[in-house]
Design a protein around this ligand. Structure first.
Ligand code: S3P
Length: 172
């Protein structure tokens, strides 16, 4: 039998490159909910790429736009939402996630995450940096925030997206 469609949004949080979009897309299919990638929603609202927003307007402007887009999505009907890795830095976004969503922290070994982000050059916060070092610094600041925001934590191994989807469905 198909899995019951949840009545709340499922928000995936976690570091860039951990697999939020891949897991989110599969989870949405499984639960028959629409999938929305937060970064893509920001790009269509701004009609600019995330990289261009960072380089032309700066991170503060990006964060403000991100918070507006998160509010609109979290205020809407249930979806599976892959949030940008820094979306939880905004206290209003965090509060709304707790109020409106089941929030899942996807976590993986930082070495795995670093090898994944190296395959793409679309991440302004990693540009010109050693990925493992940059991700470790981010993890130090963000892991406590992911932990306090999430209802559920799921570990994703290398190529273990299907298991992560199963773990989330089982826990819902
Ligand atoms: C960011 C993560 C990115 C994107 C932006 C900033 C972050 O999203 O929102 O580059 O601060 O961690 P992904 O987590 O989808 O890569």
């Amino acid at each position: 039998a198909p899995d019951a469609r949840p009545s709340r949004t499922i928000a995936l949080v976690g570091l860039m490159g951990v697999g939020k979009s891949t897991v989110g897309r599969r989870l949405a299919q499984r639960l028959d909910l629409p999938f929305i990638d937060g970064d893509e929603a920001i790009e269509s609202a701004a009609r600019m790429t995330v990289s261009d927003i960072f380089s032309q307007l700066g991170e503060a402007e990006f964060r403000a736009g991100e918070a507006r887009v998160m509010r609109r999505l979290l205020d809407g009907p249930p979806i599976v939402l892959a949030t940008g890795g820094g979306a939880v830095l905004n206290p209003g976004t965090r509060a709304l996630m707790r109020e409106r969503a089941t929030t899942v922290w996807l976590r993986a070994d930082l070495a795995i995450v670093a090898s994944r982000v190296q395959r793409r050059d679309t991440r302004p916060l990693l540009r010109g940096k050693d990925p493992l070092q940059a991700l470790s610094a981010m993890a130090e600041v963000r892991y406590p925030i992911y932990a306090e925001t999430a209802d559920l934590t799921v570990d994703v191994g290398a190529g273990a997206h299907a298991q992560a989807v199963d773990a989330i469905v089982t826990a819902l």
